[in-house]
Design a protein. Structure first.
Length: 280
């Protein structure tokens, strides 16, 4: 289940939280390496299944009740165990900090982290289930109920940061004058459409000109369109090489390369080794 264009916003103290998408899905396929924009956060709760989270080339084992947050500028990817894939609740949100010099303590705790990995308590699981129950049933007043439950999730997660912290990196978040939805569209384009996406298609998706889109990628991801697309394809290539029995020809076809030779040359240029050697 994926819910987008929800137009859900709420404030805690003077900080505004905009909910961009809510997802509940089984991650049967690998989620390639990707990065969120400077004002974006994604909460992941794993209710069952197993897999691996890779952050800056560091691996974390994922199992039931794992909770992690990936914030602005953090490269990450997820790989499920094939015979027991992860079932994930995911909240993608963007934040507009308040103007007050001193934020609410828990809100500031949330904003000060750009990555966190730990274990959820039963409260988080129940709140996540309630969010998707409200979305599915849509009883009278469900939007107000959603805002209340989502506020509780943010505050509960911030409490966990203080009591069950594994990794913390400081980050100064900033907001730019671009549609919030544009960042989600860009990230999903490179996650799911890296095989065929073109700069022209991406520009049309985010309702910007081609040059504006290219500037946006350079400013907020420090990469060109071609670099972003190549990065996504190479990340997917590594997962296919290590996690499947597919041969080089099949992987080249999946990734949209015209031939296995073209794929091999691109992979070697990117990683310095051939796909065959990497797999070994």
């Amino acid at each position: 289940m994926k819910y987008r264009d929800l137009m859900l916003s709420f404030s805690i103290a003077e900080t505004q939280f905009d909910i961009i998408s809510l997802c509940l899905e089984t991650l049967s396929n690998p989620i390639p390496r990707h990065v969120h924009s400077k004002n974006s956060y994604e909460l992941h709760y794993i209710s069952r299944g197993y897999g691996t989270l890779i952050i800056d080339d560091k691996k974390y084992d994922i199992g039931p009740d794992c909770l992690f947050m990936t914030g602005p500028g953090v490269p990450h990817e997820q790989i499920s165990v094939q015979n027991d894939p992860m079932k994930e609740y995911c909240i993608y949100l963007q934040v507009i900090p308040g103007k007050a010099k001193q934020e609410n303590e828990l809100v500031q705790t949330f904003l000060d982290r750009d990555f966190w990995f730990g274990t959820a308590d039963e409260n988080i699981h129940q709140l996540m289930k309630q969010v998707f129950s409200e979305l599915e049933n849509r009883h009278s007043g469900y939007e107000l109920m959603l805002q209340s439950v989502l506020q509780q999730i943010i505050l509960s997660v911030a409490r966990l940061y203080k009591t069950n912290e594994v990794l913390c990196r400081q980050n100064q978040a900033s907001r730019v004058n671009v549609s919030d939805q544009a960042y989600l569209i860009i990230e999903e384009a490179f996650l799911y459409d890296y095989k065929t996406i073109t700069l022209e298609e991406l520009a049309e998706k985010v309702s910007l000109g081609i040059r504006q889109t290219e500037r946006l990628l350079r400013k907020h991801y420090n990469k060109t369109f071609l670099q972003k697309k190549t990065e996504a394809r190479m990340s997917a290539a590594c997962q296919l090489l290590l996690e499947t029995d597919k041969n080089i020809y099949e992987i080249a076809e999946i990734l949209g390369y015209s031939s296995s030779e073209h794929f091999t040359n691109a992979f070697k240029h990117f990683y310095g080794v051939t796909p065959s050697r990497y797999k070994k």
